[in-house]
Design a protein around this ligand. Structure first.
Ligand SMILES: C[S@@+](CC[C@H](N)C(=O)[O-])C[C@H]1O[C@@H](n2cnc3c(N)ncnc32)[C@H](O)[C@@H]1O
Length: 296
């Protein structure tokens, strides 16, 4: 069983130095960490704002509990259980017109991945939930499998996981009877995938189910089409993504905003972590950071 306490968990923040540098933090500014997680990035942002404010948002109440334990003593910090896609509404409720910088560090944290009851990892024999917000009415990954027809499940694996054998895997999964858990999925992948490709196939299929269960791409797209309204001129948006499906969405939206003279891109190509960071933290290896600045 997993005990949610800050003493048990650490999540090494990815591309931390690059994040702090690119957010251009002013000590009296207002910043948003839209994917608070355990608060690894937030902890360091807070060190740079004396009279400013940091809002930390996350959909996962367990992660929030840990971040709270670690960071809430800080008077410049406010934690909100919500999706970053609702940023405009959240700010409106707080009577904040605009902020000076926003960070999104997408995907899931090692805290979630290492939880042996929530189904995020192929490593643990557990039920297949995968919702970031277990208090929500969102479908679990198991329900996604049961409610989708073969054609739609194939689409999930193809579009969200870029899985070549989407149809074959979806068909075998749809033929399963009874409860579908992590082991049911890994056993099917083992049947159709040569040993040396299995880990990558697990990653693609689990990624696809997680994206579907959390409607992740819609949350990201909604956010990207509205954040500009609540960013001050000169304010920065920093997005770290971990797979090409997400990065492509960010890249295209930033390009759009640039063509409409709404942001300037700080880098033509995404920043990637240094080799030193990748050697110290394997999770960083697929990270890509894109940075925009609102033109005022
Ligand atoms: C990679 S982790 C963030 C880790 C964090 N930067 C740190 O250093 O501790 C991603 C976090 O985003 C959260 N998340 C995913 N989608 C979200 C959304 N739409 N709104 C808010 N939080 C979200 C997940 O629950 C997870 O805790």
């Amino acid at each position: 069983m997993v005990i949610a306490s800050s003493a048990n968990y650490r999540h090494i923040p990815v591309m931390l130095m690059e994040t702090l540098e690119n957010l251009n933090i002013k000590n009296n500014g207002i910043y948003v960490d839209g994917t608070l997680g355990l608060g690894g990035h937030s902890e360091q942002i807070l060190k740079k704002i004396d009279s400013g404010l940091l809002l930390g948002i996350d959909r996962d109440k367990d992660a929030i509990g840990i971040a709270e334990e670690r960071l809430l003593k800080n008077k410049n910090f406010k934690i909100i259980h919500n999706s970053y896609k609702n940023l405009k509404i959240i700010l409106n409720e707080l009577k904040i017109d605009a902020v000076d910088g926003i960070l999104l560090d997408l995907g899931l944290s090692s805290f979630q991945l290492e939880n042996n009851e929530r189904g995020f990892s192929h490593k643990y024999k557990s039920s297949l939930d995968m919702r970031f917000d277990i208090s929500s009415k969102d479908y679990t990954a198991e329900e996604i499998i049961n409610k989708n027809k073969l054609k739609d499940l194939t689409h999930v694996f193809k579009e969200f996981g870029e899985e070549k054998h989407a149809y074959k895997i979806a068909k075998l999964i749809k033929e399963l009877r009874g409860e579908i858990d992590v082991l049911s999925i890994t056993s099917i992948i083992d049947k159709v995938t040569p040993y040396k490709f299995r880990l990558k196939t697990y990653s693609r299929i689990f990624q696809a189910l997680r994206i579907a269960a959390n409607n992740e791409l819609d949350h990201l797209k909604n956010f990207l089409s509205s954040f500009i309204d609540v960013l001050n001129p000169g304010g920065r948006i920093v997005v770290i993504s971990y797979h090409s499906v997400e990065d492509r969405i960010v890249k295209h939206k930033f390009k759009d905003l640039k063509q409409n003279d709404m942001i300037k891109l700080i880098y033509k190509k995404p920043l990637i972590p240094s080799e030193i960071e990748i050697n110290q933290n394997k999770r960083a290896r697929s990270a890509k950071m894109r940075v925009g600045e609102k033109i005022g």
